[in-house]
Design a binder for this molecule. Sequence first.
Ligand SMILES: Nc1ncnc2c1ncn2[C@@H]1O[C@H](COP(=O)(O)OP(=O)(O)OP(=O)(O)O)[C@@H](O)[C@H]1O
Length: 337
Amino acid sequence: MTTTGHTSTTPMALRATTTNTPLTTTQPIIRARDLTMSYGGVDVLHGIDLDIHRGEIFALLGPNGAGKTTTVEILEGFRQRSAGEVRVLGADPERGDDAWRGRIGLVLQSWRDHRRWRVAELLAHFATYYPDPRDPAELLSLVGLTDQADRQVDRLSGGQRRRLDVALGIVGRPELLFLDEPTTGFDPEARHDFHVLVERLARDEGVTVLLTTHDLVEAERLADRIAMLVSGRIRACGTPSELARGAAAQAEVRWTTDDGTARRERTEDPSRLVWELHRDAPGPIADLEVRRPTLEDTYLHMVHREDDGTDGGGDSGVGEGLGRGRDGHGDGETRAA
Ligand SMILES: Nc1ncnc2c1ncn2[C@@H]1O[C@H](COP(=O)(O)OP(=O)(O)OP(=O)(O)O)[C@@H](O)[C@H]1O
């Protein structure tokens, strides 16, 4: 995802006492209808519908140039949409005030203009912008940076910086957290710790998380629901298993015949094929393996259909009316376009 102009801004004073209209528990935290965006007359978002509910971890997945950054920047209030209706935490992001902004956490690219600050100082400084911040020392422990508390930001490793980005994003106890490719540069252990942290925020604190990522494994591991955005359209949306099941991709059965020939067959009914193989075979079947369609199959299918100029959304079998937020609120109708 591209680094955007707002990545190095210092947060505005967030002590404003005005608030936007409180949400009812059934209202989506994020709602978009027919969201469209064009840059200089070129359409890049073609009517996106989204409903994301409280406590849900929602991943926006898509190839380069699909429109993820554009969508997220509109939802964050950093970019003006061309048309459509958008509500985030009950407000139009284009008119979100400081109190509204204080309810949102952003984990963007690194905070490049704070290189000389020490980690703990920077966190403590950011904490002063919020009415009910987390304790900086606890937060450092939460993101695994206690040992780096006195280190200058520009002496941190890439992964440690990213952890600091996460800490800065959640210091104000946000209700809604935007994570922009958050684990880029993380080693596997740091990535695991980060996933645990995000799950904890969603499960224990009801934080709603919108994650953008290219990483299918991360999306599958973390997200309650995933929307696949391809060329400015949501091509499929659902839980990871719904998306994998809904792929036009079929299961693949592999085995080795008696004469040593490796065989593979794609089928929508692998159990029937396996049953037939057993029925017709004189003995055990060598190297029998059934590979179910994966999220990656669905993803590649959507992207390739788009490249082929066909309608990648047509047979996904997922999208409309699928999935609910973790707390079961709302109609869960994040829609495929
Ligand atoms: N400021 C801009 N002016 C003109 N075109 C833009 C601008 N920002 C993005 N675009 C175009 O809009 C489309 C969507 O871009 P966007 O950055 O939202 O995609 P993305 O899914 O975030 O991609 P990536 O994963 O590569 O970051 C692309 O074709 C991009 O070239």
